[in-house]
Write a protein that binds this ligand. Structure first.
Ligand code: HEM
Length: 527
C-alpha cells in the first residue's frame, strides 16, 4: 500500500512539473488571443455544456480576432471563426492541418487508432481508406445504390402512416436500413435487430471513450504505461475491457458477410463483399490491386475499418438533417407548400394519380431528383440554418505553423466553427432567417453552404454525395405523401426561438408536430 502511495505521489509531481514546463513554453509562443483559464485546467471549467459554437463566436468578438486559442489541461485548442482562416489553413495547408487530435484513451488503450475518423492523415492507410470510401460512396456507387435508397424511402413513408408520432424513429430506421444494406448487404428487421444493437453499442462506448476532458491520460499520455493492477487505475481496466468488446463488435457484421459469401453464390452484394471479392480475384483495376502498399491480411482489416466508418458516418448525420427538415416544414408552411407544388409539377402528380396506400416512390431515378430545384434549395437552407456538424470534427496540426503573425503549435487541435460561418452576416443576408430563396436567385444567390457543411481538406466528408441523394429522396417522398403541421403549442417555438441539441451532430430540438396525409383521395394506411 505504501509503495502504491509513493508511486502516485511521484507520478503527480512529475505531471505537475510537465504542466509547468508546457505552461512556460506556451507563454513564450505568440498564440492567437483567447481566455487564459486556470493554471492547471486551462478553460476546462469555462466551456459551456450546450452550444459551445456560440461561446467560441462570442470569444472571437471579445478578443477581436476570427482566430482564437485557449488551453484545456496542456492541450492548445485553436478555433477558426471565419471562412478565410478555415479555407487558408484546412484546405490550402491541408498537408499540415489534416491530423486528428490524439485520443490516447480511445486510439491506444481501446485500440481504435485505425478507425477512419481517428487515423492520422499522415498514416498511408488514410489515403487507402479515402480511395475505398470514394469508390463505395461516390457518384457511381450512389447510382448503384439507388434501388436500396428507393426501397428504404418507401419503408419510411409507409412507417409514417402507421405511427406518425414516432416520426424520428422512422427517420432513424431509414438511415440504419440504408447503411446496413450498403455496407454489409444486411436487411434490418426491426429496431431490436442484432446489427442495430451492435452498431449502437459501438457508438455508445466510442462516445464515452472519446469524451473530451474526461480522461487524464488524453492530456498526460505517459499515464498509459501505468500497469492496470495498481490501485486507482480503474480507468485503464475500463479502457481495456472496452477494447475487447469493441474488437468483438466489429467482427459481428464482417463475419456475417464472409459466411454469406461462403454459403451461396447469390449472397447480397455490399461494400464489404465487393472489396473482399475483388481482393480474392485480385482483379486488375480493383482498388486493392491499384494500391500496392498493403500486405497479406492487412487488406481484410482495411475493409473492416472502412465498413465500420460507413455506419459511424451515416448513423446520425442524415437523421439530424431530416429531423430539422421536418420541424422547419412545420414552422414554414409556405416553404412546404412551394416544395410540394414543385414535386407535383415536375413529377406530373395529380391528387388521384399517386397510390397513397402503397407508398411507392414517385421518383424513379436520380435525374428526377436533379430537377427539383426548389427542394434542393430547401436542403441547402436546412444544412445552413441548422448545421449537422456545427464544429465539423476537430483537425490537428502535424507541424508548427504561422498564420497572420500567430503561432499554431504542433499537435494543436484546430476546430472550424462552421456555425459561425453559416451565420456570418457578411456571407448570408439575415442569417437567422430560414429562407431557401437565398439559393434560388440565380446571379445573386448566396454561397452554397455545402462547401462548409461537410468539413474541409483531406478530411472532408466522403459521404456527401450519397447523403444528399438519400436526404433529397426522403424529403421528396415525405412531401409527396404528407402534410406537416405544428401542434398549437409548437407555434410558440417560432416566436421564442429554436433550441438545438449539442453533440458531434446537432439538430433542432424536437417539438410536437402532426404528420397527416397530404392527399385524402385513395388514402388507406396499410394494416
Ligand atoms: C448530412 C449528412 C452528412 C454531413 C453533414 C456530414 C458531415 C461530415 C463532417 C463535417 C465530417 C468531418 C470533416 C472534417 O473533419 O473536416 C465528416 C466526415 C466523415 N463522414 Fe460525413 N457527413 C454526412 C453524411 C455522411 C454519410 C452518409 C457517410 C457515410 C455513408 C459519411 C461518412 C463520413 C466519413 C467516413 C468521414 C470521416 C472522414 C475522415 O476522417 O477522413 N458522412 N462528415
Amino acid at each position: 500500500m505504501a509503495e502504491a502511495a509513493a508511486f502516485w505521489v511521484a507520478y503527480l509531481l512529475s505531471l505537475l512539473f510537465l504542466t509547468w514546463f508546457l505552461f512556460q513554453k506556451r507563454s513564450r509562443q505568440h498564440l492567437p488571443p483567447g481566455p487564459q483559464g486556470s493554471y492547471l485546467y486551462g478553460v476546462k471549467n469555462q466551456l459551456p455544456p450546450a452550444e459551445p459554437w456560440k461561446t467560441y463566436a462570442k470569444w472571437s468578438e471579445t478578443y477581436r480576432s476570427p482566430i482564437i486559442s485557449f488551453r484545456v489541461y496542456n492541450r492548445t485548442i485553436v478555433v477558426l471563426n471565419d471562412i478565410e482562416s478555415i479555407h487558408t489553413l484546412l484546405d490550402q495547408r491541408a498537408q499540415i492541418y489534416s491530423e486528428r487530435p490524439m485520443s490516447w484513451m480511445y486510439n491506444v488503450i481501446c485500440g481504435r487508432g485505425k478507425s477512419v475518423f481517428n487515423i492520422p492523415a499522415s498514416n498511408p492507410r488514410h489515403r487507402i481508406y479515402r480511395r475505398m470510401l470514394q469508390a463505395g460512396l461516390g457518384q457511381r456507387a450512389t447510382k448503384e445504390a439507388w434501388d436500396i435508397l428507393r426501397e428504404e424511402a418507401e419503408v419510411l413513408v409507409a412507417g409514417l402512416a402507421k405511427q406518425p408520432e414516432d416520426w424520428i424513429q422512422h427517420i432513424r430506421r431509414n438511415a440504419a436500413g440504408v447503411i446496413m444494406k450498403v455496407a454489409f448487404g444486411y436487411s434490418i428487421a426491426s429496431p431490436e435487430d442484432l446489427f442495430i444493437k451492435v452498431a449502437e453499442e459501438t457508438s455508445k462506448i466510442s462516445g464515452w471513450a472519446m469524451a473530451p476532458g474526461r480522461w487524464l491520460v488524453d492530456y498526460y499520455p505517459i499515464m498509459r504505461h501505468i500497469p492496470s493492477f495498481i490501485p486507482g487505475t480503474q480507468w485503464k481496466r475500463q479502457g481495456l475491457a472496452w477494447r475487447e468488446r469493441l474488437n468483438y463488435l466489429s467482427e459481428v457484421p464482417h463475419n456475417w458477410v464472409k459466411q454469406q459469401m461462403k454459403k451461396n453464390n447469390t449472397y447480397p452484394k455490399s461494400f464489404t463483399s465487393r472489396f473482399l471479392q475483388s481482393h480474392l480475384d485480385d482483379e486488375d483495376g480493383s482498388v486493392f490491386s491499384k494500391l500496392k502498399s498493403h500486405q497479406g491480411g492487412e487488406d481484410e482489416d482495411i475493409v473492416k475499418w472502412c465498413a465500420g466508418g460507413l455506419y459511424a458516418g451515416a448513423a446520425d448525420t442524415t437523421v439530424s438533417a431530416l429531423t430539422s427538415f421536418v420541424l422547419l416544414m412545420a414552422l414554414y408552411p409556405e416553404v412546404q407548400r412551394k416544395a410540394g407544388q414543385e414535386i407535383d409539377i415536375v413529377l406530373g402528380i395529380e391528387d388521384g394519380s399517386v397510390d397513397s396506400s402503397r407508398f411507392s416512390s414517385p421518383i424513379s431515378d436520380m435525374e428526377q431528383l436533379g430537377a427539383l430545384g426548389y427542394l434542393q434549395a430547401v436542403m441547402k437552407e436546412v444544412l445552413r440554418y441548422a448545421p449537422v456538424g456545427n464544429l465539423a470534427l476537430p483537425h490537428a496540426t502535424l507541424y508548427e505553423d504561422q498564420y497572420q503573425g500567430y503561432t499554431i503549435p504542433k499537435g494543436a487541435s484546430v476546430i472550424p466553427n462552421v456555425w459561425a460561418v453559416m451565420h456570418d452576416p457578411k456571407m448570408y443576408h439575415e442569417p437567422f432567417a430560414f429562407r431557401p430563396e437565398r439559393f434560388t436567385n440565380e446571379g445573386s444567390a448566396e454561397p452554397d453552404p455545402r462547401q462548409f457543411a461537410y468539413g474541409f481538406g483531406r478530411r472532408s466528408c466522403p459521404g456527401s454525395h450519397f447523403a444528399e441523394t438519400s436526404m433529397l429522396l426522403s424529403m421528396a417522398n415525405i412531401l409527396t405523401f404528407y402534410s406537416i403541421t405544428p401542434q398549437e403549442s409548437s407555434l410558440m417555438e417560432k416566436t421564442r426561438g429554436l433550441e438545438f441539441t449539442t453533440g458531434i451532430t446537432s439538430n433542432i430540438r424536437p417539438f410536437p408536430v402532426r404528420i397527416t396525409p397530404r392527399r385524402a383521395a385513395s388514402y388507406a394506411p396499410p394494416a
